[in-house]
Design a protein around this ligand. Sequence first.
Ligand code: NI
Length: 158
Amino acid sequence: MKKSPTLTRFSLSMPVALARQFAAFVRAKGYANRSQAVADLVRNRLVEWHAEAGDQPIAGTVTLVYDHHQPHIQALLTDIQHDHGDIIIATLHVHLDHHTCMEVLAVRGRADVVRHLADRLVTAKGVKHGKLTVTTTGNEFRRLVGRRLKAVRHTYSL
Ligand code: NI
């Protein structure tokens, strides 16, 4: 009887500069190969994704880095933020250098709504790096921890 395969192979493309940095990351962390490193990164991201799913109340921050010379980027990010004024508690804008801005948004609301906002901001054209970091609203701490543990178990059984 033929065993079903436990590994699958696919190819991916990325900018050369990013691939070089990834190779340095793989060496520095001591991964056996790039596949192992990619699988680890995907697993970590899936754990976060499970924690952000559903409609439980969460709080967190969205961090965005972008070049403000990129056409329309500031108007676009402002438009998206105005659509979600009810879940953005505070914003911080830092001019990192002549070109680069960092914006940090404190957010609080239903996980799916916060996630939707973060996805729109992070995928906006011109954003170089963006990330939603989820924490708990104090009241929901037990519930969220329970969900997170469940998500971890689920992910590692893949
Ligand atoms: Ni700036």
